[in-house]
Design a protein around this ligand. Sequence first.
Ligand code: DOR
Ligand code: ZN
Length: 344
Amino acid sequence: MQKLTLTRPDDWHLHLRDGAALKAVLPHTVHQFARAIIMPNLKPPVRSVADAAAYRDRILAAIPAGQRFEPLMTLYLTDNTSPEDILAAKASEFVKAVKYYPAGATTNSDLGVTDIRKCDRVFEAMQQVDIPLLLHGEVTDPEVDTFDREKVFIEQHLAPLKSRFPKLRVVLEHITTSDAVQFVLANDTIAATITPQHLLFNRNSLFKGGIRPHFYCLPILKREEHRQALLQAATSGNPKFFLGTDSAPHTRSSKETSCGCAGCYSALHAMALYAEAFESVDALEKLEAFASFHGPDFYQLPRNTDQITLTKTTWRIPDEVPFPESGLVPLGAGQELTWQMARY
Ligand code: DOR
Ligand code: ZN
């Protein structure tokens, strides 16, 4: 196949940041995707509908002239989020979900939830008005091995949550293990996003010839058997699995340091990365549904009607793209890809 034409996809998990960083990265997403679920972990986080409205306006103002893009907003759940905040979110029409970060789990999660049971009144309201809960599914207990934190979260927090709120619609974000795949398959009302890095790389990439900070994200890359399980899920055609890049830009200097930030930057070349992953298991024909159908169906939004085209062209991922302060290193910098989006 030399050309791949798909219904325009959406990104169901994206970090856009703010200010000059937002302006630097947004064009990459807009070039490929019609909509994206925008993560709320700004500093300070997006906690209210008013915060989300203001952030949405800043995103809309940063869209390159003549292009179209719809930011789908989320609220950042804290110990103090109230059922009234949920009703306001539902009434807003542009807030599409609520994001749960365990306090201390990842970038800008200090104000996240300290104990998931503290939010039961909020989950009750979300179940009632049918707003999806998006989970960063990792425990933060320092005693739990980093590579086991997703599995333990599922056992200790997600399974009980599902029992308490059987109708609450949940997206387990950026899944990284076969345990997560199994749990999603076994539970109606639970879906999952899958990132390009977790489909293309295993944990060896973190240590190839030395420590590789640009492969460090959370949840961290896992063993090859888990990557295989994720590839199988993504290419299965099951509507529970859909595209969410978790593209998370950090300056080069904040990653290449003694205590580097978590996050891989994939918005630049997301669709080419996913095409590469799907082609590796001879499943390119499954890419359109994963990228363009399953997400809008879960979020009860219309599918896009226009298209994008990728061509079979070998190109090298740049070492760096412009970004405030010290530049931004894309996922897989320097490596070759064989699919390419039409140029700007
Ligand atoms: O690697 C990550 N980066 N994981 C997250 O959960 C947050 C994200 C970020 O905001 O940088
Ligand atoms: Zn994320």
